[in-house]
Design a protein. Structure first.
Length: 299
């Protein structure tokens, strides 16, 4: 039996809703679970039991939809997916794949010694990426900065974590990045990474508590004018850091009362002569986790 998937969606007759996908059917659980944060808080200390209870509530729901109903570009009065977050912050880990380390060094004007050192260091690179309310959902538009000349998507496995820093599941993430801005100076990282429509997640959180990475291939495809201009893959076994390592450092000396999602780095980097353009379609697919598709716009 497939793992349950926690989703958010908009329906013109019901508004913004929370649902659970079981066997390709969305069961509306909003009356029992008004927010993703509410479930993450309730899962503390008993994640497996909380997932089982959520499935019971879902099966008892009288409001159900086929998933294909929401395969539309977000717009008023049209059913569509929402990002699977609401009150959560999104954080990200950097330089967790060898290919990422190489790419950061290639783009850095000073040779990128800082990236080589953090790749080997005990403490990982972690940074704030987005507020949940600013995250782009499936089929929405992700942004490239108007003042950047070298923009790329970064396809990443995202980990969903409750307030006790317990892993509850996984989703697909896109950590949009301005390579020229970060390459000019590592201190420009927030400007290269944190801007309007720079983070996309979805379609849902596959509820699967685990202390190990899912065994999965991450696939990135970029189309322009209906033609593929980049295609690449990487396997999660290439992630250098362990889940417990990243989550442990993320939770040090801080707290996330509504839970948090952590992007875990990218191992797919388009060539140096490639940059995104408005209208490009970015598709990220992770085995057993889902497919996230977005169109690019200038912000």
């Amino acid at each position: 039996m497939a793992d349950p998937i926690l989703v958010r969606f908009y329906h013109p007759q019901h508004g913004n809703r929370v649902g659970v996908i079981l066997d390709d059917v969305i069961h509306d659980v909003t009356e029992h679970l008004p927010t993703v944060g509410a479930w993450l808080r309730a899962s503390v200390g008993h994640v497996v039991q909380a997932i089982e209870g959520l499935q019971v509530v879902a099966r008892d729901s009288e409001i159900m939809f086929k998933t294909e109903v929401f395969e539309n570009k977000p717009a008023a009065f049209i059913p569509h997916w929402l990002p699977p977050v609401d009150e959560q912050d999104i954080w990200a880990a950097g330089v967790t794949y060898e290919r990422s380390r190489e790419a950061r060094q290639e783009e850095a004007k000073d040779g990128g010694d800082v990236y080589a050192r953090v790749y080997q260091a005990e403490r990982p690179e972690l940074f704030f990426k987005a507020q949940g309310s600013r995250v782009v959902g499936p089929l929405g538009e992700v942004g490239i900065r108007a003042d950047a000349t070298w923009s790329v998507p970064e396809p990443e496995l995202a980990v969903a974590i409750n307030p006790a820093m317990e892993v509850v599941g996984f989703t697909v993430g896109n950590d949009m990045s301005s390579r020229d801005i970060e390459g000019e100076n590592p201190l420009y990282l927030p400007q290269a990474k944190v801007y309007k429509a720079s983070c996309a997640l979805g379609p849902g959180i596959v509820l699967k508590p685990s202390s190990e990475w899912p065994i999965a291939t991450i696939h990135l495809n970029i189309q322009r004018g209906g033609q593929t201009v980049f295609d690449g893959t990487v396997h999660t076994d290439r992630i250098k850091r362990r889940i417990g390592e990243l989550v442990g450092y993320l939770g040090r000396s801080t707290e996330f009362p509504d839970g948090v999602l952590l992007l875990t780095g990218t191992g797919i980097v388009p060539p140096a002569d490639f940059t995104l353009q408005a209208g490009d379609v970015v598709t990220i697919q992770i085995d057993e986790i889902g497919t996230l598709r977005n169109t690019v716009k200038v912000v």
